[in-house]
Design a protein. Structure first.
Length: 275
């Protein structure tokens, strides 16, 4: 019949949907059993890519709506990570390079993150799940209202210790290393050391001590969504021994099954740390 589906096509779609949900559910449970049988990564880094691709595919045009969907996905990541026993997740939200985007788009990103941070402060489940929110990056790149929201989320969740979620916002790997070296030199200059003495003291360990969160363990696994296969400057110093996983799904529609697959891929690799 022209202009729409036939009765038979509609009936098939109605009957097939529960079958696919059943198959999907069985596969997810099988995958979860495999993942739970092996050690979990302690620290997972995620490059949140594909917001604009998803928007183009669905016809969404309003920046606040585009990035609001991405911010909402944070709830799933929190829930999945706590359930699996993962202790640390770092999410790359915004880089200095993103400042070259249109002003409305930048505002959409900042607005979505601010709204999400304020919602987390008021969410009783965050304390129940033991989620601690923190952030790294150049604060001078962020608007005051967003900084206030991030600070409020950090303060409200400071006592939680089951999962630490770090927002890398205003963050770039090169900027972090440059800032670390600058802070190191300033420290040594304050001690009255000569240039030769400073040069003798510079080492990977002394630089590491001046990174944004010096105590943060390196990520075991870094996941990038949207199909792009590059790190783009995410945790350049810390990722030297990280396992990398790239998936085609766009960030706003990342599924639990995609997260499980990434963890399974990590578990199947032999980590040699350069040896």
């Amino acid at each position: 019949m022209a202009g729409g589906m036939t009765w038979m096509q509609k009936s098939w779609r109605w009957a097939a949907a529960p079958v696919w949900r059943l198959v999907y559910g069985l596969y997810e449970r099988q995958l979860e059993e495999q993942v739970r049988a092996l050690p979990m990564p302690g620290h997972v880094g995620i490059i949140l890519d594909g917001n604009r691709r998803h928007a183009r595919g669905t016809g969404i045009q309003e920046p606040n709506a585009i990035y609001g969907l991405g911010a909402a996905k944070l709830d799933d990541i929190l829930s999945w990570s706590v359930d699996l026993g993962i202790r640390m997740v770092t999410l790359w939200v915004f880089s200095p390079d993103n400042l070259r985007r249109p002003e409305a788009e930048i505002g959409g990103i900042f607005g979505a993150v601010e709204t999400k941070m304020r919602a987390l402060v008021a969410d009783p489940h965050i304390r129940h799940k033991g989620v601690h929110i923190t952030a790294i990056g150049r604060r001078d790149l962020l608007p005051p209202s967003l900084l206030d929201a991030i600070d409020a989320a950090e303060a409200a969740t400071r006592g939680n210790d089951q999962l630490t979620v770090t927002l890398a916002i205003g963050y770039g790997g090169r900027e972090e290393i440059a800032d670390a070296v600058r802070a190191l030199l300033e420290d040594y200059a304050a001690q009255g050391l000569s240039a030769a003495e400073v040069a003798a003291l510079v080492s990977p360990e002394t630089i590491r001590q001046h990174l944004y969160l010096a105590s943060m363990p390196d990520p075991d696994l870094i996941v990038r969504t949207s199909g792009e296969t590059r790190l783009s400057g995410f945790m350049l110093w810390q990722s030297v021994h990280s396992e990398l996983y790239f998936c085609d799904v766009n960030w706003p529609v990342m599924r639990r099954i995609d997260y499980l697959r990434a963890i399974r891929a990590y578990q199947r690799r032999e980590r040699r740390f350069g040896v």
